[in-house]
Design a protein around this ligand. Structure first.
Ligand code: ZN
Length: 269
């Protein structure tokens, strides 16, 4: 596939398993093309934050009828929250809908994830995004295609950061973080200076393993990628969006080596 000249990308989708090494590749793209990372994690944090900034609002189940699986109309929600006259009332309402599922630890339905993504993408005028974590299902991919078409925006390329399950699990199981200062370590590649201590060596620093870095939860995420996300990639590929595959497991983790591999894969000078 012939590469585009620099700067002519409207939107790029970065795909890869959880823990495959997407972030350094996303960074390479945003730096090179002056684009902005649009990640589902950040989108959720943004809208949840808008809702949480209202302060305690009591139980959220009064805003949703579980028997027909629908929220109250937005204007009723906004009236009940006392935010009807706010310019960002719709965004706060999205935050409430996300909070409803996230606070119960429930799976967030595509319909809600799509709505949050659409609002964030609209705020960028549907251009200049490096999509990260979206789409994660075929339904989300179809939604993205429709949204882009309706707004005359292009989905120019997919960068698929590839990594073997075994490498991802080994890397994740060795990862340690400091609860206090956020320092990141790896038992093999960057061990903490002494057991239980971190570089900062503050008295209350404590090195721990992240709660979701267990073999079981890692395998569940890898399975979900195969079952849910690979069909999304197949769907996008069938639309003719070029897929550029790049290894997420370069021996040299330096930014220059990562950039070189990404742009070689994309055929960009
Ligand atoms: Zn520390």
């Amino acid at each position: 596939m012939k590469g585009r000249v620099n700067g002519s990308y409207e939107n790029i989708i970065v795909m890869g398993k959880s823990g495959a090494g997407k972030q350094p590749r996303v960074d390479a793209l945003t730096r090179k093309f002056g684009m902005k990372q649009l990640s589902t994690g950040n989108i959720f944090r943004h809208y949840l934050g808008l809702f949480e900034a209202l302060g305690p609002r009591g139980p959220l189940d009064r805003f949703r009828d579980e028997t027909d699986g629908a929220f109250l109309p937005d204007d009723e929600i906004q009236h009940a929250l006392g935010i009807s006259d706010r310019a960002d009332a719709d965004d706060v309402t999205l935050g409430l809908k996300a909070a409803y599922f996230v606070n119960q630890g429930r799976f967030v339905p595509d319909e809600i994830t799509n709505a949050l993504f659409a609002a964030a993408f609209e705020a960028m005028d549907y251009r200049g995004a490096v999509l990260d974590g979206f789409p994660r299902t075929e339904e989300q991919a179809r939604f993205l295609k429709t949204l882009a078409d309706r707004n005359g925006a292009r989905l120019d390329a997919i960068l698929w950061v590839e990594n073997e399950d075994e490498a991802i699990i080994a890397r994740a199981l060795g990862r340690r973080i400091c609860e206090t200062c956020g320092g990141v370590y790896h038992m093999e590649h960057r061990p903490p200076p002494e057991p239980g201590g971190c570089d900062e060596m503050a008295p209350d620093c404590r090195i721990v393993q992240r709660g979701d870095d267990t073999v079981e939860s890692l395998k569940a995420r890898l399975r979900e990628f195969k079952e849910k996300t690979e069909p999304a990639i197949d769907y996008l590929a069938a639309l003719g969006i070029p897929i550029h595959r790049v290894s997420g497991n370069l021996p040299d983790y330096g930014a220059e080596a990562v950039e070189a591999s990404v742009f070689a894969a994309m055929g960009v000078e």
